[in-house]
Design a protein around this ligand. Sequence first.
Ligand code: NAD
Ligand code: TDX
Length: 396
Amino acid sequence: MDFLYLELQRCPTLQRGLIPARDSRQGRRKRLATTAHHYPRSVLVTGGAGFIGSNYLLQAVKAHPETRFVNLDALTYAGQRENLAALEAGSAYTFVQGDIADLDLVTALSEEHAFDTVLHFAAESHVDRSILDPLAFVRTNVMGTATLLECARRAWNGRTDVRFHHISTDEVFGSLGPEGLFREDTAYDPRSPYSASKAGADHLVRAYHETYGLPIVISNASNNYGPFQYPEKLIPLVIQNAVAGAPVPVYGKGDNVRDWLHVGDHCSAIDRILQYAEPGSTYLVGGGEERSNLEIVRLLLKLVDQALDRPEGTSLKLIQFVTDRPGHDFRYALDGSKLATDLDWTPSRNLEEGLRETVAWYLANGTWMEQTRNRSYDEYYETQYRDRIDNPTETT
Ligand code: NAD
Ligand code: TDX
């Protein structure tokens, strides 16, 4: 069973039989340009208390009722165990607080649970923090990934019925100009400590495949948005500042471009890749929704105003152009055709609808935001933004 099954269960159009569920699924399987099929039974999920990991586990535990999931998460500022409270009562899900760079812990967990799958989300994930404190990124993203790989190599000892799936980012490819797309064979050219550390992790994952034959897959995704994203990232930051009537900081001129992917789509792509990608392969996962930062910010402000019944345009005055991010990558954009052709996967969410739902989620989950906005967030915000906001570069 995969996430498509869940989509079919909740989609009235499909339930009414316009696209028969069974036929659709069988048809998809026939079209896949792969002979691989890995069905996970015992999965080590790392970083499952973070944004994407939480969304993945909430879907996967339902979609794979016969699979057991162990979530190893250090609960850094970005991890919230409460996201997954609903899963803790069941026997299919276990939470372990710990560090992926702790070889003894990871070894003990793999002996206890006999994992056949590692789904590796855990990372330091915010570019701005990597500029403030790069070594934390090298430690978790490079050393942590190396530790997991080494543990998997020792535990699996040449087995082929296993998978190590690294969740990576399009940022490893660097910065595009106004034209062109990243492809799976684009040369790596990371430009921030975050993207360099993710590139280092990708290289190690591939090295374990080439050298030891470890059955790995890598997916490099574009910018995600949706529920449970820590408010340091652009979209939740804009929503919360707009709700509070606080300045909305836009780096530089706001003309940098990102390709936005709904986290639910990303999770369904991960599920497809994990099960059907050939060992050793890489897939790019994009949302096909390129926008400049200024376009995204304006759209979000409109959606917040609508959700709060404010007169149209009320929040636009909150936009404040501030000092740019050093080394700010200009544009990310992906060619998703390999994933579409080989594994019959394309994103399903429209950006404006996805953002409207996301705004509604944050407005309905104020307590989550309060819990997440702990002291460390306020300290971080002060360090990252105080000078910028006190010294705007221009105003709208
Ligand atoms: P996040 O920052 O929201 O969550 C990271 C999680 O990892 C947190 O729960 C944290 O507690 C945990 N963690 C951090 N260090 C750890 C350690 N040493 N040991 C164990 N757990 C640790 O990140 P996210 O946005 O959910 O991203 C998940 C993965 O997806 C990352 O690898 C990231 O590089 C990748 N990615 C993210 C995006 C995006 O737009 N957010 C896009 C592409 C790829
Ligand atoms: O306050 C802000 N103002 C602003 O203009 C913030 C936080 C961001 N920005 C800009 C910088 C980027 O061009 O918005 C864009 C998006 O910024 P982030 O949300 O920080 O994402 P980005 O740096 O693009 O990286 C994200 O996508 C790829 C994730 O954080 C990474 O984990 C992922 O790998």
